[in-house]
Each structure stands twice: as C-alpha cells, then as structure tokens.
Design a protein around this ligand. Structure first.
Ligand code: BES
Ligand code: MN
Ligand code: ZN
Length: 487
C-alpha cells in the first residue's frame, strides 16, 4: 500500500484526480469551506434526504459532473478529532473498497487543519479495510484493488502529514502481521511457526533472533513454562528477538508476549463452546512480532527486546495436574490449582528471564483473563502498572495511537488471594477480581525493573460475524517505544 499527501489544488477538490474522492464532512451542518460543484452536490443530496450530518453516514455518487475524480463518496464525522476521522473513514471505505478503485483520495471539509494523527488514522483505516485472511481459505474474496491512498490537505502541515503516513503505514504493517499470525489456526500457527516468523523478521530487518528448544528451556530452569507445555506433543519454543537501534549500553525496553498457540484449559478443560477462539491465545506474542516489524520499518533510536514463551496448553497423560507444584525460574514455587490459568505460568518465567537485560521497562502483553473481558468489554485493553511513570507513558501512547487502554488497580490487598498451603503461591485466587489477581501473580516476578501488564483478552480479537484478530495493541506498543526513543 502506497500512502501520499498532496495540498488541496488551487481549483478546489473538484480538481483532485483519483479513482475515487472520499470527502469527510466534519460537523452537523453544510461546511462553509466547500467550493462549487461539490457544495452543490452535497446540499442537493441533503435537500433530497439522501445525506444527513450524523456520525458515519455515507453517500456514494458515480461520475458526478464537474469532477476530475471518477467517483465521489461523502461520509460524516461529528467532530474534527482523529478518532471521529478514523471511524468515518472506516465507514466510507466500506462503501468504496469493493469498487474498481486503485487510487483513493481523501479530503476533509468543515474543519481546519489535519494533524499527523489524522494521517496515521488514514493509514490504519485503509490497511484495515483491505486486509483479507486467505492463508487457509483460498476461496476468500480477492483483496480490494485499492493500492494507493492520498491525503489531500493544506500546504503548511504537509511535512507532519507525511510523517504521520509513514508512521501509520509501518504500524499498519505490524498490525497486519499480528492479525495474520493470530488468525492462522493452531495446527498452522504452532510455537515453531512463531519462531520461524521471528527468524524471518530478523532476516528482513537485521534483528538478532534466538530460539530455545525444550532442552535449553529445561536447562535454564523454566519449570513453570515447561509444566504448561508438557501435555502437548507440539514442542515449546522460547523466542528472543533484539532490535538494536541505540548504543549497546542503553537499557532496552523488553516486550513479553503470551504465546499459547492453543488453550484447551488442560486438565481443567474449557467448555466446548467457542473453544476454537483459543487459537487467538497467542495474540500477545503476535503483537510483539507486529511491534518489532513496525520498529524495523521506522528504525527509532532505542533498544527493544521481544520475548515470546510459546506452547500449547493440552490435557493428556503427561499433562500437569491440579495441585502439582512446580519451581519457576525465579526459584519461587507455584501450586497449579487450575491448569487453565496457564498464561501467567509461562509469563512468569519469561519475566524472570527479562532480568538479564537490565531493562529500562518491561511490558507484558497477554490474552490473560476472561475477567478482564467482563470488566472492560471489547473496547479498552486492561493496563496494570506498579510504576506510575510507566503507566502514564502507556496511557499517553494509547491515546495517541487511538488504541484504548484503561488502568486497573494493583493494591497489595489483592495479593492475599494467591496464598497456597503447599507452595510459595497458588496460580489462581477466587473469581472476584480475576484480572487483578492474575496481574498480582505476575507482579511477584517483576521486582527488579519497572513493569506493566496489558491484558488484551477482550481486544486482541473479535468474535461473531467479524471473527478475527485485531492486531491490537501493536499501535499502542509502537507509540510507547517511539516516545521512549524520542525522550
Ligand atoms: N486464555 C484464557 C483467557 C481468556 C478467556 C481470554 C476467554 C479470552 C477469552 C486464560 O488462559 C484463561 O483460561 N484464564 C482463566 C483463568 C481462571 C482459570 C483463573 C479464565 O479467565 O477463565
Ligand atoms: Mn487458560
Ligand atoms: Zn490462555
């Protein structure tokens, strides 16, 4: 996908050449800035009752007289925010993407300046509109022809718009990779597949990639991670990726992604309904791969390490049993009361492994708890952080990336829940506050560095008619790393 920006022609939007011109109308009335043929077309459509100034309303016009563009589409955004722009674009793109449109021009009417955030939102919306999963579905409809998007905006902000488009395109490439990895079924997207994707990224962008196999994981002493993997015939992998954009001595940011390629629950077996969606339980891992891809494109001056513990959680004759006690890499022992609380068991060893990098910050990303979905639904990612400035940075990144996150508490009082009679801790507490006790469990392994946890159980994929991975929180993570690089 090719993204570009150009100033509004002196002769007005009618002079924009493209296969389609999509005009985002901002506000709830006829925009005064619109010039002649377009203003007449729009006011006539409004008079006829064909268009209303309501959020995401669309109208399509084929070969309107007096325009260079072959097609014209209108879509309404209630205000001039990048968020409203993005959702209006999604609606507008839905109307034009199925047509024979290769080059799309996007303009705004009724608002003053465009920002780099609007430009980034355009790249995100376009990439989202053209993504089609086909790896195991060759009969899927062909991807839209759309291959070039031009943001038409004022002259003076063009440098910042161009920067926004570059950033947006890189993030979109990362989101695409995360979606593609997570959408693939678990018999394709195995731990070894994730490792080969990491290696491929490493080759493409010159990153160091190391993949540890079961023997090496045993030798390290990751007893908790191994306990989860032992019920599966699919061999586990521990993936270490390094993006070195800054001097060697600069402390890295470490991103840790939960890579459960399928979560049956293990001996604490999950119910059958919707269990297929547990192929998405490596969404955290996919977001680490996606973020590293975005960084490989953008090359910020910062060091980043990606860690992915990857395995299946299966029942079977060798599977870990409720009540089994394992020794984590940290030396702390864990009583596994519920084998379905496996995410924290693989993450805790990865979090201990992260210590060796003397990190500036560690952020783990995990489809960790159903309780987080109950708390926040499918809009906000759950953010947990023991470190105030890290929490603030992640929330700021979330806002700039239009990738919503909401902070949940980590008070010591919640730690009670993890008491065990037979080990240093249990892997589950009672149901109330389940997303928080999961985070409290992870916190016990993070004393040596500033740490935050993103629970993406509700946001990494969509269920129902639009079933599929979202690629979240790649935008949030990329913005976070870019801001740290600029600081
Ligand atoms: N991968 C699941 C969390 C999950 C469930 C994400 C549903 C999205 C939708 C995780 O491994 C899990 O099973 N968590 C348990 C924890 C419980 C046993 C304490 C859960 O949330 O039910
Ligand atoms: Mn589980
Ligand atoms: Zn899981």
């Amino acid at each position: 996908m090719d993204f570009n920006t150009q100033p509004t022609p002196a002769a007005g939007l009618a002079a924009v050449a493209a296969d389609a011109l999509l005009v985002v109308v901002v506000g709830n009335a006829m925009p005064s800035s619109l010039d002649k043929p377009l203003a007449t077309l729009l006011s006539d459509a409004v008079a006829q009752g064909d268009f209303e100034f309501k959020a995401n309303r669309c109208l399509y016009m084929h070969r309107p007289a007096g325009l260079q563009a072959t097609r014209l589409a209108w879509v309404c955004a209630p205000n001039d925010s990048a968020k409203a722009f993005k959702s209006a674009l999604a609606a507008g793109l839905a109307a034009v993407k199925a047509l024979g449109v290769s080059t799309l021009a996007v303009a705004r009417a009724g608002a003053e300046t465009l920002t780099d955030t609007h430009a980034e939102a355009l790249a995100a919306a376009v990439a989202d509109a053209v993504y089609v999963y086909r790896h195991t579905k060759p009969s899927a409809p062909a991807a839209p022809k759309l291959s070039k998007a031009i943001l038409v905006g004022g002259k003076k902000e063009s440098a910042s718009l161009a920067r926004g488009l570059v950033r947006g395109a890189a993030i979109a490439a990362g989101v695409d990779l995360a979606r593609e990895c997570a959408n693939r079924p678990a018999n394709h997207a195995t731990p070894s597949f994730l490792a080969s994707e990491a290696r491929r990224l490493g080759k493409q962008y010159g990153m160091k990639v190391e993949v540890l196999d079961r023997r090496q994981i045993e030798k390290l002493g990751m007893g908790s991670f191994l306990a989860v993997s032992q019920g599966s015939a699919e061999p586990p992998r521990f993936i270490v990726m390094r993006y070195d954009g800054a001097a060697k001595h600069k402390a890295p940011i470490v991103l840790v992604g939960k890579g459960i390629t399928f979560d049956t629950g293990g001996i604490s077996l999950k119910p059958a309904a919707e269990m297929d969606e547990m192929k998405f339980d490596m969404g955290g891992a996919a977001s680490v791969l996606g973020t590293l891809r975005a960084l490989g494109e953008l090359r910020p001056k910062v060091n980043v390490v990606g860690l992915i513990p990857a395995c299946e959680n299966m029942p079977g004759g060798r599977a870990v049993k409720p009540g089994d006690v394992v020794r984590s890499l940290s030396g702390q022992t864990i009583e596994i009361l519920n084998t379905d609380a496996e995410g924290r068991l693989i993450l805790c060893d990865a979090l201990t492994y992260a210590e060796r990098f003397k990190p500036a910050a560690v952020v783990d990303i995990a489809t960790l708890t159903g309780a987080c979905v109950v708390a926040l639904g499918h809009h906000h990612t759950g953010l947990f952080a023991a470190d105030e400035s890290l929490a603030a940075d992640l929330l700021a990144a979330s806002r700039h990336a239009l990738d919503p996150a909401w902070r949940l508490p980590l008070d010591e009082e919640y730690d009670e829940a993890l008491k065990s009679h037979f080990a240093d801790m249990a892997n589950v507490g009672p149901r109330p506050g389940g997303a928080i006790t999961a985070a409290m469990f992870l916190k016990r392994f993070t004393a040596k560095y500033p740490w935050a946890h993103l629970d993406v159980a509700g946001t990494a994929w969509k269920s129902g008619a639009a079933k599929g991975a979202t690629g979240r929180p790649v935008p949030l993570l990329t913005h976070f790393v870019l801001a740290r690089a600029a600081a």
